[in-house]
Structures are given as C-alpha cells and as structure tokens.
Design a protein around this ligand. Structure first.
Ligand code: CP
Ligand code: NVA
Length: 309
C-alpha cells in the first residue's frame, strides 16, 4: 500500500473497504464527542490549482473536525508558480505538515509532489483521476443499495471520474458499464489496466458507445460534465456537444434503467446538458448525498493514511 492516495488502483482493497466503513461510521457519529479527534495536533496543507466547492469545503471542515489545522495554498500564491521544484516544495511542506491534499491540472504535478514528500499526498482531482470522489461515491452506493454488488453505469464523458471508477471496479470487483461517445472514451491504457485486474478480482467492466445499452438494467446511473474544467471553452463546447447526442440523463433514458435506479453526479453539473433538472432533482437523485459523503469519506481517508484509525 502506497503512503499516498493518487489512484484507487494503486491502493489495497483493504484500504478502500476501511475508508468506506470508517466514512460510514464517522457519518453516523459525526456529533459524538466520544469519537475524539484522531488527528489532534497535526496539520494538513491543501493546494488548489483549479476551482472547487465540494472538495475544498469538505476537506477543510473535515480536517478541522478531526482536530488538525489546515493551511490552504494556491499554486499562483505560492513559489510553485515561480518555478520552485516539486522536490523543494515537498521537502519544505513535510517539515510543517503531516499530509498534503492537492488538486492540479496535471496528474504528473501531484505525482511529483508525492514522489518527493515523506508525508501522504492525497489527489483532490487531476486531469486523469478523482479518487476521493469515487471512494465517497461508493459509500453513497452502499448506503442506498445495501452493498456494492449492483450494476453501476456511468454515462457521458470518459474522463477522471470514469478512470477512478474503473480503478474501483477492478480493485473491489464491481459490475461497471461505461457508456460514452467513441470520441470521449476513457484512455485505453487505463481501461486495459483495470480490465486486467478485474479478471483477478471478479469485477466486470463493459464499454459501449450506445447510451441505451449502457443504462439498460442499471441500478446506478452516474454522469458528469461533458467538458472538464480547463477543457470547457466555448469553441470546444460548440464543436463537440453534438457528439453526445443521446447521452443526456433524462426521463426517457432513465426509463430504460432498473425501476429503482438512482441518479448520481459528482457535481458541479451543467444542468440541461449532461442531465436534465428532472433527473437531478427528481426522486431518483442522490447527488447531494454524494456531495455530503465527500466530507465523511475524506475524513476516513486522512485518518487511515495517517495511521490514526
Ligand atoms: N465533485 C467535486 O470535486 O466538486 P468540486 O469541484 O466543487 O470540488
Ligand atoms: N470531470 C470533472 C469533474 C469535476 C469534479 C472535471 O474534471 O471538471
């Protein structure tokens, strides 16, 4: 088990299951003083190169609830923006803090800090992965479905959310279907890595370019923005929206899923694009449970990584 959380596929199965279990316990006992302050006296540095609402607030509140102090850096407001090396940055931060939470444009930036830091580094989203989101989502699936052994479909843009879902499916033996336009398929090498591991763990991973086939029988219908942060300029949106015809999560597409299907979205949503208001606000939606569970799951992630569970 790595000291870091950069990609779910690099974590142990035990780590993932402990995070989900401890996240659930921390949720149930959030206001219970007997839970104590497992990170009392510690410090966590957070670094954001990109905007964030859920990740930033849930980490900051969670870190304080665990008893640690939190210091937020922006890349532009630190010497990282003036070319200080990842090694020098990591060796400095590890003298003050016990963990680093880092949201970056490039996965390589987070990996470079993790390589040099002697303290745990948590990936708070990169172009390639969003592991904290998916561990929180698995807690949400477990709460609503009574376990993880249900057909999970992701539909839309095969990006960081999908890459982390693939890692989770492989590691935990999940039943995952990914439906994307051919032009928005997840990266081949990430799919291959997940499929190879899933063959050992009993996971099933299916990819399709047919949205109806993807959602048919799904218990979970998960979507994300069609255009990621930093790739959402007007020109790209105008040029590529047509590729997603048929991939919007709406009442018609949902009618093909399991009648008990639940709608997930990591948020923020581009309402009316990848999903309709009906789908996001209707009785099948669990999007704000997902958002809430970021808090509980991330508290568990930090607690386990720091050996305080
Ligand atoms: N889902 C998610 O990571 O949201 P933020 O970008 O608001 O942090
Ligand atoms: N795929 C989205 C996720 C946002 C939480 C993005 O990268 O913008």
């Amino acid at each position: 088990m790595s000291k870091d959380l950069l990609r779910i596929i690099d974590c142990s199965e035990d780590f993932c299951r402990r995070v989900i279990a401890l996240g659930g316990e921390m949720k149930a006992r959030r206001r219970d003083p007997s839970l104590g302050k497992p990170l009392d006296g510690l410090a966590v540095v957070t670094i954001y190169e990109k905007p964030s609402t859920r990740t930033k607030v849930s980490f900051e509140v969670g870190i304080r609830e665990l008893g640690a102090q939190v210091v937020e850096l922006t890349k532009s407001g630190s010497q990282m923006s003036r070319g200080e090396t990842p090694a020098d940055t990591a060796h400095t931060l590890e003298r003050y803090a016990d963990a680093i939470v880092y949201r970056a444009f490039s996965h390589d930036s987070v990996a470079a800090i993790a390589e040099h830091a002697r303290i745990p580094v948590v990936n708070a989203l990169t172009d390639l992965y969003h592991p904290c989101q998916i561990l929180a989502d698995l807690l949400t699936v477990q709460e609503h479905c009574g376990g993880l052994d249900v057909p999970i479909t992701f539909i839309g843009n095969g990006s960081n959310i999908v890459h982390s879902l693939l890692g989770a499916a492989a590691k935990l033996g999940l039943n995952l279907t990914i439906g994307t336009p051919a032009s928005a398929a997840p990266k081949d090498e990430i799919v291959r890595e997940a499929v190879a591991l899933a063959s050992e763990t009993g996971g099933t991973i299916k990819l399709t370019n047919d949205p109806v086939e993807a959602v048919t029988g799904a218990r979970i219908v998960y979507t994300d923005v069609w255009f990621d942060m930093g790739k959402d300029d007007e020109e790209t949106i105008a040029k590529r929206t047509a590729e997603y015809a048929g991939f919007q999560v709406n009442s018609e597409l949902l009618s093909k899923a399991d009648p008990q299907a639940q709608v997930m979205h990591c948020l923020p949503a581009q309402r009316g694009r990848e999903a309709t208001d009906d789908a996001l606000d209707g009785p099948q939606s669990i999007i704000f449970d997902q958002a809430e569970n970021r808090l509980h799951a991330q508290k568990a992630i930090l607690t386990v990584l720091l050996g305080k569970d």
